[in-house]
Write a protein of this length. Structure first.
Length: 330
């Protein structure tokens, strides 16, 4: 378990991880924490030689963790954007407190000078005798004092062991929470992608449904319009309409064209052969000049620019422009 401290301007955030996270995931988390920071903002740190090093990949982030996270300092300091003018100072370890139950060592005092030998000095054998005999018990007050100090030291050791066990449990729980957060973040990302795909699929289904509904409505309208009319009846009606249209075309278009063509031909013949005029009885009623002119203009607009040939074919087919076009196409 280690911590990552990220500083941006005057704002510092702390994150705990059980293992080194992917660089992309860390950048996404930082972009969510700092509102004015994007995912591609520069991420840097000071190495052990106080050089500025940038992080752009998983390998570089793992190298920063290997370099700065040690058994004595489990914190990796990173910086977003501008860096401080000087690298952060390494904190000095705090002194180990001494239990109050343990008595401080007594100051050393110089040993007293040996007294000169005299007649009153006891013999050496007598001086080397023990202070207490083998069957003599120590004073009661001295025994109680040592027992109390031993019990206090034992209680202090037990307390420290309990604190270490509690810290170990807290560290284990934090690792579990960090793993759960990482898993939940990945699940949330997958769920958001699924929601986006679902919305796109719904939009496509709605568009297809709307188009199919419009086409179905068009088919329904057509069926309602032609309901009860058989195909045979429709064909008979169409045939009658064609006959009427053909009659009107013959009266209003073909007859004037024939007259115009006949008049133009008659005029051309009279100009070409003035000494041999055509017999009046054998000449059909000439077409109006305006009608023949319009028919020749229509043929010219269709791409048939040979005027003499157009006139001959109009005379031949009695002003039927359709037959003239068919012969011209041949």
């Amino acid at each position: 378990m280690f911590a990552i401290k990220v500083t941006h301007a005057s704002d510092t955030r702390r994150l705990s991880f059980a293992k080194v996270p992917p660089c992309g995931l860390l950048r996404q988390m930082l972009a969510n924490m700092f509102s004015d920071v994007s995912e591609d903002a520069p991420l840097r740190y000071y190495d052990d030689e106080n050089d500025i090093v940038s992080i752009d990949s998983d390998e570089e982030l793992a190298e920063a963790h290997r370099l700065l996270v040690t058994p004595t300092s489990n914190t990796l300091r990173l910086y977003l954007g501008a860096l401080p003018s000087q690298p952060p100072s390494t904190p000095t370890p705090a002194p180990v407190p001494v239990p109050s139950s343990v008595a401080p060592p007594l100051p050393s005092t110089p040993a007293p000078a040996p007294a000169p030998l005299s007649a009153a000095t006891p013999p050496l054998a007598e001086a080397q005798q023990p202070l207490l005999a083998a069957d003599q018990e120590p004073p009661q007050g001295l025994t109680d004092k040592f027992v109390a100090q031993a019990e206090a030291a034992r209680d202090s050791v037990k307390s420290k062991l309990s604190e270490m066990e509690i810290l170990a449990e807290i560290t284990s729980e934090l690792e579990k929470v960090s793993l759960m957060i990482s898993e939940k973040y990945e699940e949330a990302e997958v769920e958001e992608r699924f929601r986006t795909l679902s919305r796109k699929l719904d939009d496509q289904i709605n568009a297809v449904s709307s188009s199919a509904s419009d086409q179905l409505q068009t088919v329904k309208t057509f069926i309602d319009t032609h309901k009860g009319i058989s195909i045979v009846q429709q064909l008979e009606t169409l045939r009658a309409q064609i006959v009427v249209l053909s009659t009107k075309l013959q009266q209003n278009f073909i007859a004037p064209v024939m007259q115009s063509v006949q008049a133009a031909v008659q005029k051309q013949i009279s100009l070409s052969y003035p000494t041999f005029p055509a017999a009046p009885a054998a000449t059909p009623t000439p077409l109006p000049v305006d009608t023949a002119k319009k028919d020749l203009e229509r043929l010219s607009a269709m791409g048939f620019t040979d005027r003499e040939r157009n006139i001959k074919l109009l005379l031949k087919n009695k002003g039927d422009v359709v037959l003239v076009v068919e012969e011209l196409l041949k």
